[in-house]
Design a protein around this ligand. Structure first.
Ligand SMILES: [Zn+2]
Length: 267
């Protein structure tokens, strides 16, 4: 009789533990499925897929036409405007809006660090869609004035501080975008930057937007980045090709006596 009672109690407690365990597992499965399906990660809508092999090249020439390898920056008086000329914009009317966004947008976006493989879910990094917005975010004075105002013009003539040429030809080296900066090498001063975007008819909207955003970085004085996740990496590989805080830091360093134009990103 006593033994029977003990066995009964033992069976009951075993059943109780099993029920609790199964309930806990069910709750865990439901809640993780819920978080995966229902809760979006901040910024995931900005992911760019199928960017493919978008490559960029750049060169610096002095006034004699020699290729030089040095750091360069614009020398502007405070508040001066850089004229950016979209040459042949009328031939590619669908591209003009994209050029406007990449150059003039002030929009900033937040992206979850887990999407960027930079940090835990729930923390974010800030990016900019346009260079005007990215550069306007720099508040501290620098040795040389950082360009912050841009005037977008469309003219078939080659005038403008920065020119953007859209061509249907393929580049012999396989570049989608190329920037040539003409410099006064005695002063490390950019006098003019000429951007060419190749095979413009074949580029998707995302490819065109990305390569132009990258080339404008060169036109402002940036060299390539050593970090594959950065916009300024020579073969653009990131799913989030926007202007990052490390691009902005590189601009600040370049215009504030850093005497280097490479982009280095420390996570
Ligand atoms: Zn490049």
């Amino acid at each position: 009789m006593v033994i029977d009672e003990k066995q009964k109690n033992y069976k009951l407690s075993k059943k109780y533990i099993l029920t609790i365990t199964l309930s806990a597992i069910a709750i865990a499965i439901i809640s993780s499925a819920y978080s995966l399906m229902i809760i979006d990660l901040v910024g995931q809508e900005y992911k760019v897929t199928n960017l493919g092999n978008v490559q960029s090249g750049y060169v610096i020439q002095n006034l004699r036409g020699d290729t030089i390898d040095t750091w360069l920056s614009w020398r502007l008086v405070d508040g001066a405007t850089l004229d950016v000329n979209l040459i042949d914009g009328d031939k590619y009317p669908d591209k003009a809006d994209i050029v406007r966004t990449v150059l003039l947008s002030n929009e900033l976006i937040e992206i979850d660090n887990s999407l960027l493989h930079k940090g835990p879910r729930g923390t974010t990094s800030t990016y900019y869609l346009g260079w005007a917005g990215a550069l306007a975010s720099i508040k501290n004075p620098t040795e040389f004035h950082i360009p912050q105002k841009f005037n977008l013009i469309e003219s078939a003539k080659g005038e403008g501080d920065i020119t953007i040429k859209l061509v249907s030809q393929r580049n012999g080296d396989g570049y989608s975008g190329y920037t040539k900066s003409i410099a006064d090498d005695a002063q490390n001063q950019i006098l003019k930057s000429e951007i060419t975007i190749f095979e413009v008819d074949k580029l998707s909207k995302a490819q065109f937007e990305t390569i132009l955003r990258h080339e404008l970085g060169h036109a402002l004085g940036l060299a390539h980045s050593t970090a594959p996740e950065d916009l300024m990496y020579p073969t653009i590989a990131t799913d989030y090709p926007y202007i990052s805080s490390c691009d902005i830091d590189a601009i600040v360093l370049l215009y504030d006596g850093g005497k280097k134009s490479e982009v280095t990103c420390d996570i």
